[in-house]
Design a protein around this ligand. Structure first.
Ligand SMILES: *Cc1c(COP(=O)(O)O)cnc(C)c1O
Length: 230
């Protein structure tokens, strides 16, 4: 299967059910990205700031770039001028920095709050209590140049489907609860990003409306960037 055929068949399945496909292009070449682009794909995810900036500069400007990996505070300024969504906000500190650089660029930056759902120490993200505490804080409520669009999570890297399903279910419940308690009147709080190549069918079954696929589209990566303890 070619990259183009993969995009076309995924979009045929996902568009009717309202699930947004983020094509995770980390480590992939501009040529490979262009093949997906020519097939109609416009949303791409990267986890390294420098790589995203280089690709942004080289590739068509109607690509929506999503930051999907942990974002260091001192790197925010490089992507703030153009990033379409930051999926991996995992602290108030980085969120304040995003707000500051969004203001400098005269824009409002969309983001997701990353929630720690996996049974693994190494994954970033808020736990439930931290999330609620932050949502209630004045610091959070005073930010004017960022717009929260929803939640993101990464399930445990396991063959055990029961574990994965429980984690996705937990995140969906949290999403519904947070929406009802904090963002009832904000239609823009509408995105639940969960599911990668190995588990996206389970994620959709549990209510994801955004999935992030790398190897399903582009083939296996040589370097694994996102897991280190398995
Ligand atoms: C790499 C990565 C993906 C895509 O992984 P695949 O298994 O190749 O689909 C999705 N989400 C995040 C946060 C990633 O880092």
């Amino acid at each position: 299967m070619s990259i183009a055929t993969n995009i076309e068949s995924l979009q045929t399945d996902l568009a009717p059910i309202g699930v947004t496909l983020v094509a995770v292009s980390k480590t992939k070449s501009n040529e490979e990205i262009m093949e997906a682009y020519e097939a109609g794909q416009r949303v791409f995810g990267e986890n390294m700031v420098q790589e995203m900036v280089e690709k942004y500069e080289a590739l068509p400007k109607d690509i929506a770039w999503h930051q999907i990996g942990h974002l260091q505070t001192n790197k925010v300024k490089y992507i703030a001028p153009f990033v379409s969504m930051i999926q991996s906000v995992d602290s108030i500190k980085v969120l304040k920095e995003i707000d500051k650089h969004a203001a400098k660029n005269h824009r409002v930056i969309d983001y997701l709050l990353q929630i720690h759902i996996a049974d693994e120490e190494s994954k970033f993200g808020f736990d439930h209590a931290e999330l609620i505490e932050m949502l209630r804080s004045e610091d959070f409520q005073s930010l004017k140049h960022v717009r929260v669009r929803g939640l993101m999570g990464i399930a445990t890297n396991t063959e055990n489907e029961k574990v994965i399903k429980e984690e996705f279910y937990e995140l969906k419940m949290l999403f519904d609860g947070v929406k009802a308690s904090f963002f009832r009147r904000e239609d823009s709080f509408d995105t639940l990003s969960m599911g990668m190549s190995s588990d996206y069918n389970l994620a959709i079954e549990k209510g994801a409306n955004m999935i992030r696929l790398g190897s399903t589209i582009f083939g296996k990566r040589v370097v694994k960037h996102y897991k280190n303890n398995d």
